[in-house]
Design a protein around this ligand. Structure first.
Ligand SMILES: Cc1ncc(COP(=O)(O)O)c(C=O)c1O
Length: 367
């Protein structure tokens, strides 16, 4: 079979030092997974319902064979926990974001989104018939300027904790702009879920803005140690998504085995205060030169150049510290970085060692 056209693209990637390859993790210190609270690593979900079996197949889409009592019950529990009117579970955060953004705005409407929004949000926006414009990252002035030219039904999209930088959106100010311009706010809480707020309910809930948001997206694959996601909003939004959101309509529903895990995680993570405290303690060790400012479990050390950042990641591996390099084109050129994720099971000693290696000048950066 002739596949030169694929090879050519792969060779271009290789030449740019940006070829993506899959790796199996070993037992080096984990500074790369999103299992912030250790729920997956420590088997907390399995321990919470031993000897219980749930079906691995949901046997159809939610609108056909794939709806069942436990999924609706779990949606109600999740909505109550986050103080939302309604909840709709999706197979993944990617599906939830893509589905929501692609169907909620139509021709003549507008979507304004933070420039650093996750690919799943941007892909959904690209699929939408609405006009779209990005605003500079966390830049309220730029957002306001663009809001002045809003048209139709207008949506503002942001993440509460940014996945690649670990910084937070200025939500209070954004809420007030959205109120002033009468536009809808959509917040992706993927990396805030489980960590931000007294019981990990997210930044929107922590600040009391539940009723100011048109939609919130919480994912289960990160701090919750499971898989899947939920969109929170009004009952009307839920009904709309059931009718118009294509990844929801045309995909086999998430199976009972996964929903049972999500349900269990919601019984576990709100009480993991010791784990959240340990992460906060680790965060307090950062803040020195070279790291981006962040008060979340995502810390970044920018090392421009794909080859440079990959080499330093390898140097850390030799020191038993597994930190993954984030390469261009996932982040803008010159913004390549080590993305360090902190967990309740990382120790102070290994974290200090990591910081010391990166800041002592013992790592070799070309150019
Ligand atoms: C901010 C953000 N939103 C959405 C997603 C997608 O979530 P999922 O992994 O559940 O598809 C991710 C995952 O990387 C993310 O970082």
């Amino acid at each position: 079979m002739k596949e030169e056209f694929l090879d050519r693209k792969l060779q271009e990637r290789t030449a740019a030092g940006a070829l993506r390859v899959l790796r199996i993790a070993d037992n080096r210190a984990d500074y790369y997974s999103n299992d912030y609270l250790g729920i997956s690593r420590n088997g907390l979900i399995e321990a919470s319902h031993p000897n219980t079996q749930f079906a691995h197949g949901s046997t159809g889409s939610r609108l056909l064979a794939g709806n069942y009592p436990m999924i609706e019950e779990t949606e109600k529990e999740i909505a109550t926990f986050h103080d939302a009117e309604a909840a709709l579970i999706f197979n993944s955060g990617y599906d939830a974001n893509f589905g929501l953004l692609s169907c909620v705005a139509g021709k003549g409407d507008m979507i304004l989104y933070d420039k650093l929004s996750h690919a799943s949000l941007r892909d959904g926006i690209r699929q939408s018939f609405a006009d779209s414009l990005s605003f500079a990252h966390n830049d309220l002035g730029d957002l306001e300027k663009k809001l002045k030219n809003k048209k139709g039904n207008c949506f503002v999209v942001t993440e509460s904790v940014f996945s690649m930088d670990g910084d937070m959106a200025p939500l209070a100010e954004m809420v007030s702009l959205c109120r002033q311009f009468k536009v809808h706010l959509i917040v992706d809480e993927a990396h805030a879920t489980g960590f931000i707020g007294e019981r990990g309910a997210g930044l929107v809930h922590d600040l009391g803005f539940q009723n100011e948001c048109f939609a919130r997206i919480h994912t289960f694959g990160k701090a919750l140690g499971c898989h899947g996601a939920v969109i929170l909003g009004s009952q009307t939004l839920r009904n709309y998504l059931i009718n118009f959101c294509r990844p929801f309509i045309y995909s086999t529903a998430i199976p009972p085995v996964s929903v049972a895990a999500i349900k269990a995680s919601y019984k576990i993570f709100p009480a993991l205060n010791r784990e959240r405290d340990q992460i906060r303690h680790l965060i307090s060790l950062f803040g020195c030169d070279g790291f981006k400012k962040s008060v979340t479990p995502i810390q970044c050390f920018v090392i421009p150049g794909n080859d440079n950042v990959k080499r330093i990641s390898r140097q850390l591996l030799e020191n038993n510290l597994d930190v993954r390099p984030i390469l261009y084109p996932t982040v803008p050129l010159g913004e390549e970085r080590l993305r360090i994720t902190l967990h309740s099971y990382n120790t102070v000693e290994e974290t200090e060692k990591l910081i010391s290696i990166l800041t002592s000048g013992s790592v070799m950066v070309d150019g």
